[in-house]
Design a protein around this ligand. Sequence first.
Ligand SMILES: [Mg+2]
Length: 263
Amino acid sequence: MIKGFVLDMDGVLYHGDHALPHAAAFMTWLRAWPFCCITNNPTRSPSAVANRLARMGVHGVAPQQIITSAEATANWLAEKKPGFRYFAVGAAGLQEALAHKGEESREDADFVVVGEGAIDYDGIVTGINLVLQRGACLVGTNPDASVDGSRDGERVVLPGGGALMAPFTVATGQDAVFIGKPEPGLYQMALQRLGLAPAECMMIGDRPDTDILGAQRLGMPTALVRTGRFAPGEPLPAGVEPPSIDVDSLLSLHHALRLSQSC
Ligand SMILES: [Mg+2]
């Protein structure tokens, strides 16, 4: 029986700087349930994401109901090594999340953490030398090859955390651990926060290869909403089982959930 929900945001609630159709109404309905929003995007803090949602007209999502891959990464590192030392390349959201749990060190880091945005040559040089000379481990916030973004108001494709990790893995010959979807870290943090077992919690997402696949591996029921990168009618990629619900809009998802809950 479904007792709560985990939602992806980009491609489900918004695209670029605009809310998708029915997003505000869907969230008004969802507020009666325990839920968490999760995102592979490590660049903004949960408060910044909540403010951004409100500016788009999607209200009532509190920062503590938002988990970013940056937060999940900081949590994972703290479990792995309490009081960890890190060197991170990435935007403010990542730096903020790591500073809460660990100590920054350019000289003696245990982990080199790679996020998205704000990556420069000097950061790559420092990171690869920490791995090669100090034995630091490479950790990526998210494995995406590319992500949707905007530049000067125009929608553009940006390199994702997976692409930005490439200079580090190629130069060092070391593999990286990734935390974001489809890896289990982000889902597990959401389930823990909600206090629910995987079978009790439905994952709602727009990407079968990340949102849906990662949730299926953990045994979560899934809802695919074809409003993001994955178009209506497009066949599922190999290796992804049909989701529990497969719809073309949040309005259809709302109807499907209301019907299944009243049975
Ligand atoms: Mg998405």
